[in-house]
Design a protein around this ligand. Sequence first.
Ligand code: ADP
Ligand code: MG
Length: 210
Amino acid sequence: MTLDVAWAIGWVRLSAQTVTEHRQELIELDRQIGDGDHGENLFRGFSAVIAKLDALPAEPADIGEVLKLVATTLMSTVGGAAGPLYGTAYLRAAKATGVAQLDSQGVVALLEAALEGIVARGKATTGEKTMVDAWTPATEAAVAAADGGASPAEVLVAAADAARVGAEATIPLVATKGRASYLGERSAGHLDPGARSTELILRAAAQAAA
Ligand code: ADP
Ligand code: MG
């Protein structure tokens, strides 16, 4: 079993849906340790992505083309930290997936490229209470699943499950990167909004593959 362009389009549509459904939750999370715009930022960004997807004259040729559209749209419509971070993630992922079909190792390559993009852009490491704390275990779980012979869909479920655990594990952390770091010790006790949105987006990827 492999994933194709229809999966990529499904992923984008389910991402937009989940970001819309969780818009208020992400706003509340960001209100606690940031400026309260994360839900609005992602809602605006993914709404713009869907508008562009719907306006395409023809179906994109490969997965990379879909991810590139997401990247450029998020970069131009989402302000704050998350726009450039997710934008770079999708751009790197697009470069890693200029193909029509993805097998399990292809899914791993996509996730690894996205994480590399986020780290290149934001310079965060694990334990700093950012989306990196969800992306890193997700990518590690994907590698382990793919090496163990899992299907692409199973690899994505493993990634989403690990992202959830990673996101929950940001609660006790003190933020040392991004806006939440301004709070210092007071940032502890709250779930990082970007780690939560990462979990939602990776769950959408798994659902699109199911
Ligand atoms: P802003 O902080 O500019 O208001 P958002 O609220 O949209 O932007 O996004 C905040 C999220 O961005 C945080 O919850 C965190 O996960 C992520 N983030 C912030 N800075 C970094 C960084 N340097 N590296 C990785 N992720 C980061
Ligand atoms: Mg914010």
